[in-house]
Design a protein around this ligand. Sequence first.
Ligand code: BG6
Length: 462
Amino acid sequence: MPRPISDAIVFFGATGDLAYKQIFPALQGLVRDEGLDVPIIGVAKAGWSLAQLKERAKDSLSSHGGLDTKAFAKLTSLLRYVDGDYNDPSTYVTLHQELKDARRPLHYLAIPPSLFATVVEGLANQGAGTDARLVVEKPFGHNRESARQLDRILNRFFPEEDIFRIDHYLGKEPVQNILYTRFANSMFEPVWNRIYINSIQITMAESFGVQDRGKFYDETGAIRDVFQNHLLQVLANLTMDPPTGEESDAARDQKADLLKALRPLDAAHVVRGQYAGYRSVPGVRAGSTVETFVATKLFIDSWRWAGVPIYIRAGKALPVTTAEIMVDFKRPPRESFAEIIPPASGHMRLRISPDVTIALGLRVKRPGEGMRGEDVELILTEQATAFIPPYQRLLGDAMHGIGDLFGRQDIVDAQWRVVEPVLNDAAPPIIYEQGSWGPTEANELIGSDGPWHNPKPTVPRP
Ligand code: BG6
């Protein structure tokens, strides 16, 4: 049954980075594409006026996604601003007044997690928790225990179904397409298991460093920043069972089951790297042992996946900015022709960022005498990036109370469970050159299941 739509949006951290880079563009998109027409209230402690916030919104849109004059005019007519300290009860009184007769506001906490408790408590004291929704951003905690603690705080004031934990990867069209393509065709399911699949690789490469996020990143590292959330979510979409039943949580239930079946990481199966020069980034501690690259070998302890090695790596300052999945099918059980079929001839390649490609690798006969073949790739689809931006999609879904594309308490907990054994590794990471594919030790990790598949850069379309 459709749930009622939120009748106001409140975003805390209105003058911050997330609002600047993601929230204003998402709001303008919702106004333009979906006729969003509810009060939008920014909250921050900056001593700003509403005019300043509007100016900031304009700036944000000029550099992120482009200003749409008509939609922007509408957006600014909906915009309000509350300036106040999150610790001061009067901030919530003013907010309450601004909300007027809104009954079901959506509160977006675009603020550091250390302030979550203060703000949800402030909201609850004003009665703003009733029928309201709450959107929180990753990171959800710093480890399993702190994530549970965070949940306890949020659950004191908001029921689970009204909490929307953003992992923006789930809002990405190509990530949803993994699930769609798998379950909208019957031909993949019969071979999607240990009998036909040799190994799986997922690579998330970024050609840039940590930029101006040195302080944040140095408290986070690649495992917490992208592996625990984005990449485990991608893996879940790739390997989970098909949703059953009609309950709205059917897909998330299967995802949770899959993540709970993942074997926690073993330090012997993890290679941590740090790009040369990272330690001189402003905000990074001298002698930091935080990883900017990680390569792991994982297993899913289920009948479907028993014994299939899964290799995931992510890194900054690598040669390209792309994310790609490579599913390697087993070679034929014996050679039928006078040639050895090369490994990885049979594969499925799913490029999930920045563009979409879904391709099947096969071996076909080369014309001429003799039964000799060549590897070909059948491109099932190639799509450019004209997608709904993830934050627009997710904010729209949260307003409608649709939770499929959000984290859930048990899912996030299962994700922390996987990385927990390797979170506190203070051993110095292996230094790698910027623009390389990370430490060569990652090649030893993949061994005879390799080599690693290095995604190619995106070629601009004519
Ligand atoms: C964020 C990480 O969650 O995802 C960043 O904090 C990373 O470090 C980013 O660069 C990647 O997302 P996208 O959408 O740019 O691929």
